[in-house]
Design a protein around this ligand. Structure first.
Ligand code: FRU
Length: 493
């Protein structure tokens, strides 16, 4: 991909002429990697989901956006609303970098309700002449007619002493009429932290301190915090940068996960267990959660990571959001399942039942690139099972399950064109229980794999040729008895 100069990265969308935008849009629309049922940028680069909320009958979903190319440049918020998280209505740009404080980007933030009105809290990113960063926290009101008006000045004018300008991504949490903001930060010793602020009127915010955890030296920055109570447990989500790989864990450039336990919000004391990754695939970062109309906790992530070049870059766009997942805690473990509403996209149900072994491949000829596939493992005497998705003679995305170790591996080395740098060709995780089910959501250039009814999730982009549409199963040795249920997924957007 060509290098973008700093000036090019900080061009304003509003200053571009319509012909340039039209040509850009045309190139993007012709990309063979365009997704069918995922939120993706109209042009340019999408990153974090922002401002997720259900408010007055509508879901609000925004994302970080650099409109002009597949690079991290001047960031805007781009917004959709939805009645069901399946059909989206395009609301366009909701926050643009048009003040001194956000002159170098309207960075990530969240949504909340105050006195029956909808608000966003977000980070203003400013760079001075020497390119030193200055981070401030802001509020904007979302008016009934959809217009978004920024408050005249920052509500938090900088980090407290002892912290650097890596200070961003406020997530607002409301408890007993008190507003809390959890903000990603870096201390002067160079470690990631989450800071807690409090307010009664959303204008005056008091710094209360940093959340006390057992993770003192766990990366140099913790981005995109989130905090909520779920089924009696408190969860703190964040994205640590600078954590070293440990076996199969922490293999991506940056991590995204949670600690779980009990949080004493008065004393800022989090009593918790290990840090767990939320997803075990190649492309997942910066998730945010919200509650749906029935009070369920829903998570949407960015299906991508920074500092990686993706094959769609050459078509002038990059990334998409994940499908929404519903979270729950069962027997003390976090479960993540695709939201039920996705069933609305199903059409053309097909089922197949059969054996696969070393010699007999269970072949499932399939014409399509966007589908949901449920594989039930009814009997398993195999040492290792192989599932191939988007398969042709030359390409396939391989899922391997080792019966003895319960290790599940996603291998995209033969999936087609690879994101660069190629950072290992597989991602793996160990299941808690023997594999009984896989549920896959496959879009034109992605796969989201839910194992054992929400026990683990593996999310990855795949850039496969159009001809590769087969589905196969086989084993290393021994036999496996399988039931396949496949649905075409149609775009209802
Ligand atoms: C995470 C992040 C956030 C920041 C935003 C800028 O991907 O780096 O910390 O607010 O992206 O686009």
């Amino acid at each position: 991909m060509r290098e973008w100069t700093r000036d090019e990265r900080y061009q304003r969308y509003e200053d571009m002429d319509q012909d340039t935008i039209n040509e850009l849009t045309e190139r993007v629309n012709q990309s063979k990697y365009r997704q069918l049922f995922h939120i993706q940028p109209k042009t340019g680069l999408l990153n974090d989901p922002n401002g997720l909320i259900y408010f007055n009958g509508d879901y609000y979903i925004s994302h970080q956006w650099f409109p002009l190319g597949p690079v991290h440049g001047l960031k805007y918020w781009y917004t959709y609303t939805s009645k069901d998280l399946i059909n989206f209505s395009d609301k366009g740009i909701s926050l643009k970098p048009d003040t001194k404080d956000d002159s170098h980007g309207v960075y990530s933030g969240s949504a909340f309700v105050y006195q029956d009105n909808l608000y966003y809290m977000y980070t203003g990113n400013h760079r001075d002449e020497d390119w030193n960063r200055k981070s401030t926290q802001h509020i904007a009101k979302v008016h009934k007619n959809g217009e978004v008006h920024k408050f005249p000045k920052a509500v938090i004018s900088g980090p407290p002493s002892g912290y650097t300008q890596h200070f961003r991504d406020p997530k607002v949490y409301v408890k007993d009429g008190i507003y809390y903001a959890f903000i990603a930060a870096q201390n002067e010793e160079g470690f990631g932290r989450i800071l807690q602020y409090q307010s009664k009127d959303i204008v005056n915010w008091t710094f209360q301190g940093e959340i006390q955890t057992k993770l003192d030296a766990f990366g140099y920055m913790w981005e995109c915090p989130d905090y909520f109570n779920l089924d009696g447990f408190d969860l703190l989500l964040f994205c640590p940068q600078g954590v070293e790989p440990e076996g199969e864990k922490f293999r991506n450039i940056y991590q995204s996960g949670y600690i779980m336990g009990q949080y004493d919000i008065e004393n800022l004391d989090m009593n918790h267990g290990d840090f767990h990754e939320l997803d075990h695939g190649f492309d997942f970062y910066a998730p945010q959660t919200f509650t749906d109309v029935s009070g369920n906790r829903i998570l949407i992530g960015w299906m991508g990571l920074p500092e990686i070049n993706y094959p769609s870059d050459s078509d002038d766009w990059a990334h998409c959001l994940t499908i929404p997942r519903i979270l729950s805690i069962e027997q003390g473990n976090l479960k993540q399942r695709p939201i039920k509403a996705l069933q609305q996209l199903r059409s053309n149900k097909e089922t197949a039942l059969g054996y696969a072994n070393k010699f007999t491949r269970f072949l499932y000829p399939y014409e399509g690139k966007q589908f949901e596939l449920i594989i039930d493992i009814l009997e398993n005497e195999a040492t290792e099972i192989y599932f191939e998705i988007r398969a042709s003679k030359l390409q396939s995305t391989l899922i391997t399950y080792n019966t003895k170790t319960r290790k599940i591996t996603l291998d995209r080395s033969e999936s087609g064109t690879l994101p660069e740098p190629v950072d290992g060709k597989t991602r793996s995780t160990y299941l808690d229980k023997p594999l009984s089910q896989l549920q896959l959501f496959v879009d034109t250039s992605s796969i989201e794999l839910f194992c054992n009814d929400g026990e683990r999730v593996m999310t990855s982009r795949i850039f496969t040729d159009d001809e590769a549409i087969g589905i196969k199963a086989s084993t290393e040795s021994g036999q496996v008895f399988l039931n396949f249920t496949k649905y075409d997924l149609k775009d209802d957007k």
